[in-house]
Design a protein around this ligand. Sequence first.
Ligand code: TXA
Ligand code: MG
Length: 318
Amino acid sequence: MITTNIELVADALKSNKLVAIPTETVYGLAANALNAEAVANIFALKGRPHFNPLIAHLKSLNEVDNVAHSVPQSAIRLAERFWPGPLTLLLRKKEIIPDIITAGRQTVAVRVPSHPIALELLNKLNFPLAAPSANPYTSISPTTAQHVHSYFGEKLEFILDGGACNVGIESTIIGFEGESPVLYRMGSIQPEEISETCKLPLLNKTESTNIEAPGMVLKHYSPKTLSIVSDDIEQSLHELKNKRVGLLLYTKTQEIPHDGPIEYLCSAGDMNEAARNLYAALHRLDHSHVEIILMQRLPNFGIGNSINDKLNRASYKK
Ligand code: TXA
Ligand code: MG
């Protein structure tokens, strides 16, 4: 059931149950990160393969030393600047973190979320929360409690409602080679901000074939409906003229004649607004009984790059 009762949800987590929680990026499917059985239930409900590790959510930077060792100076700088917030750091794990979370790796992914309800919840607990996005493996990530409910219904005893997520796309993931930061997943925090904070160039492994963040699997964030990304929507609409098409367009400021469903990501070019609306718009189009979702590529700068990366993965067909 959907609830706003934090106490109830904290009690469920203390008895090693699975719940959904809001974060500023997307909703997470959470359990006690120190309990391997509780964490196993996350993989089972999500249908997630065991080789794909999870993020541990902490209440503050002070907790890092409980779960990680040999933390690079660069990581501390990043945490001081961006936590609480949509940044995940890959650090050398301590014994206390069960192998199931890290898929047997020596590193653990950690972040401190900034959503006030997530923080309030974490502050009622004396353990970190393991939480992947609260969607079945490879499907569209949830940014409202209703999205989570539509996926899992009553299989989840509690979905903690924190309203619509403010950032709307998953956290930026940064690992380290020595002190050098390495980008594994694009998000709302931009590459320039990372290198500027560490005072070191950022290595890019988002396209790495030796996939070190296996969640970077190409098919991801996917609607059930066949989806296509395009730079020229009018041309693509012409090519698809006998199909029922739903449009995902960047701004409302453009005139594209179309008699099927249309979703706009923002009113006048605000990329943060576009990120915030992305998954909800995809959810609606996916339920609109069209044959094809035609998605407009965004300008390739700033968070537009990260959104385009999601569009590419949403449209990837083997
Ligand atoms: O914004 C977010 O990060 C959201 C909210 C709920 O915090 N969580 C999220 O979790 O996106 P998930 O499980 O959907 O994505 C976590 C990503 C996956 O791509 C996973 O492979 C990667 O983090 N990851 C986790 N631990 C890792 C590790 N030790 N080494 C490399 N990649 C790791
Ligand atoms: Mg995910």
